[in-house]
Design a protein around this ligand. Structure first.
Ligand code: GTP
Ligand code: ZN
Length: 321
């Protein structure tokens, strides 16, 4: 039977079969996916094939194959081994929850986040939360950001988890999809998820509250079915996901508006810095591109390790996860 992994606890997996029944499954033998050195063979979101067996009157499943992944997000192991832990796979949509001033979400944070999801090949929607608290100034800033990001192809939503404004539109965007909610601590992820699906208490807050610095806790992602046609993957205790290494010449490819101009640069390996006849710089000078995006790009090129080789949530208290 075909099924989807909803939960993994190390050696056992909860799999929802095509018959909509949840089965406890384990893995038969050792199968590994080519090209990925991961600590876990299958992850939440994976589509697997399994067969049922009856042991001591209990029916369990044995996973014997996995279907190709559409995408996956990883966490690098803390030690220097090349091993990665696959947090989740087959994600349709990431919602990046953004607050303007409480807490502050910087454009450099947003841009670093977006190159990560671009590199993973996962669609991202920006959700501006706490609109009920906006002053005129904050509102102007939000509208400006919305202009910058929608112009380059990112959908934006304005919501308030408290008043319920925009929640219907958010649910509509989630419809038929597997989503992940992400963003700084305190932006309202839990409150928003609760507004979308009252009663669904994800572990996000709970675990981060319990988390103690320096203590190594193991966290497991889990998928939840909502009461409408939508699913959420919760990654408790994990504030960000690590990015696969990228070379400096690749960074610009994950800025869609730079990538679109790349062919028009004189040099095909143009880093859009000081090179002559750079289409990106020319567009910037005509104010057709956003300077804040360009600034983030340069920061990422200059900052290397710090900016894009580490976990994207620099200030995350659970960064060591
Ligand atoms: N005014 C207002 N407050 C909100 C809104 N959404 C969330 N909050 C408040 O913001 C605070 C943080 O919300 P959480 O839902 O705990 O934020 P979180 O992103 O889950 O935080 P972590 O669990 O630390 O990652 C809480 O006090 C919420 O009540 C909103 O739309 N408007
Ligand atoms: Zn260029």
């Amino acid at each position: 039977m075909k099924g989807i992994i909803y939960k993994s606890t190390g050696s056992w997996y909860v799999v929802k079969g095509e018959d909509n029944v949840f089965y406890d499954c384990r893995i038969k033998g050792k199968f590994r996916i080519k090209g990925i050195k991961s600590t876990n063979p299958v992850a939440v979101g994976d589509s697997v094939l399994f067969e049922l067996e009856k042991v001591n009157d209990k029916i369990t499943g044995v996973i014997y194959d996995i279907e190709p992944r559409k995408n996956y997000i990883i966490r690098k192991s803390v030690n220097l081994s090349k091993q990665v832990h696959i947090l989740a796979s087959n994600i349709d949509l990431v919602f990046l929850i953004v607050t303007i001033d409480n807490p502050i979400t910087t454009t450099s944070f947003i841009d670093r986040f977006l190159i990560t999801t671009e590199a993973y090949g996962i669609e991202t929607i920006l959700v501006f939360n706490k609109t009920d608290t906006y002053s005129e100034e904050v509102s102007d800033e939000q509208l400006y950001l919305q202009y910058v990001y929608s112009k380059i192809g990112y959908s934006c939503l304005r919501v308030s988890a408290v008043t319920g404004k925009g929640i219907e539109a958010l649910k509509e965007a989630m419809n038929g999809k597997v989503s992940i909610f992400s963003g700084h601590s305190g932006v309202g992820k839990s409150t928003l998820i609760n507004a979308v699906e009252p009663g669904l208490n994800l572990k996000t807050t709970e675990i981060s509250g319990l988390h103690q610095q320096g203590q190594h806790t193991t966290t497991f992602a889990e998928m939840y079915d909502l009461s409408f046609d939508a699913r959420i993957i919760d990654t408790p205790g994990i504030r960000g996901f690590g990015l696969v290494d990228m070379e400096s010449y690749e960074v610009g490819d994950y800025f869609p508006e730079f990538f679109a101009l790349k062919e028009q640069c004189k040099f095909n390996n143009c880093l859009h810095r000081e090179e002559p006849n750079c289409a990106v710089k020319e567009a910037l000078n005509r104010d057709e591109l956003s300077w804040s995006r360009y600034k983030s790009y340069i920061q990422i090129l200059d900052g290397e390790e710090e900016s894009y080789r580490t976990d994207i949530y620099k200030d995350g208290k659970n960064q060591e996860e």
